[in-house]
Design a protein around this ligand. Structure first.
Ligand code: FAQ
Length: 312
């Protein structure tokens, strides 16, 4: 019986059907999705912190309004994604508890500091750019609620990417030499961490083979990284910045950019909790959760009151 259900499930995956919350699915498929979707949700929520740091210091009212909207969008993405993960039978409280206990992962990229205003533009350009490259294929992921959440999220990410690039163009074209230097410095610091966002090389990625088979991942870590580097190398030329990789060079034969060696030790250190801001990020989330306790209690007390009234 179990075998038959498993075969039917595999056949639906092969046919490109969406799997929906009430459909039968193998336990490992469910677990893999909860893992990936909750990590993704946590990334959106923790990802509000580096840029949130600049909301009070944005240089103009227009930039402040844009940044505020972007950071609010990220909160929204986190909430859609927690909802999508909840359809698999794991509660939001469980997921948040894992985050606050330091057991859950979130994207390595959000453990780096935002030192200057140019970092905000570079995050939009590179970090949101990488996020879109990775997330567009997930719009066709085999799990319906995740795929559907991704469509709206990708539209918003594309606005985020453009606002970042636009703010950098303004600094590069109309700014002072000091502002241009600030952009270059931010690019130097964010480039390597951005290309690490796609995850370890395919031959060191334990989850890839099964996730590709199940249509949770549609394109491999290395292939997405290459696509991102190809697109970004051209954009850097338009912007007039140098990417900090002397080995970055167009390869006519491969029709791709070659690039230098990625420091995977740095990547594994950061995801093990030892990046520049891991402690600070986690402490900020835990504090926000504790400071919000009275709101949750008040909302529950109100809901209970409404229920009692309805019964009376
Ligand atoms: N950081 O076997 P794989 C955003 C972990 S965008 C931390 O290759 P998988 C938008 C991985 O979890 C960022 N950990 O794993 C935004 C696994 O550990 P586990 C979020 C990483 O899942 C922009 C282990 O390494 N986007 O937030 C990372 O098949 C600006 C082995 O790796 C998503 O989450 C990493 N970079 O592939 C917000 C997209 N890479 O779980 C604010 C959805 C790998 O076994 C501002 N996720 N690990 O303990 C995915 O596409 C995949 O999960 C990958 C990893 C590609 C990230």
């Amino acid at each position: 019986e179990e075998m038959k259900r498993e075969d039917q499930f595999e056949a639906r995956i092969d046919a490109g059907d969406f799997i929906e919350p009430k459909d039968w699915m193998p336990e490992h498929y469910r677990k893999t999705l909860v893992r990936q979707i909750s990590q993704h949700a946590h990334s959106e929520i923790v990802g509000m912190l580096p840029e949130g740091n600049w909301i009070t210091r944005a240089p103009t009212l227009k930039r402040k309004a844009i940044l505020l909207a972007k950071v609010q969008d990220e909160a929204g993405h986190g909430l859609y994604l927690y909802s999508a993960a909840e359809t698999l039978g794991t509660s939001r409280d469980q997921m948040l508890e894992a985050l606050h206990a330091g057991k859950a992962k979130y994207s390595s990229i959000f453990n780096y500091p935002t030192l200057t205003w140019a970092d905000v533009g570079v995050i939009g350009w590179l970090v949101d750019g990488a996020a879109i490259m990775n997330q567009v294929p997930i719009c066709r992921c085999s799990y319906g609620p995740y795929a559907r959440a991704m469509i709206r999220i990708c539209r918003e990410e594309s606005f985020h990417q453009r606002q970042g690039f636009d703010s950098l163009v303004v600094m590069m074209e109309k700014g002072t030499q000091a502002q241009r230097d600030m952009v270059q410095d931010a690019v130097n610091r964010w480039w390597w961490p951005s290309i690490m966002m796609f995850g370890p090389p395919d031959d060191q990625s334990p989850n890839s083979a099964q996730s590709m088979r199940w249509g949770i991942k549609r394109v491999s870590n290395d292939e997405l990284r290459q696509r991102f580097i190809d697109a970004t190398a051209e954009q850097a030329q338009v912007l007039g910045v140098t990417l900090p990789d002397p080995a970055l060079k167009w390869n006519e034969q491969r029709q791709h950019y070659d690039f230098g060696t990625i420091d995977w030790n740095e990547f594994w250190r950061v995801i093990a909790g030892h990046g520049p801001c891991n402690r600070e990020r986690l402490a900020a989330r835990v504090k926000a959760w504790e400071d919000g306790a009275w709101v949750r209690e008040a909302a529950l007390a109100y809901a209970r009151g409404q229920e009692t009234q309805a019964q009376a």
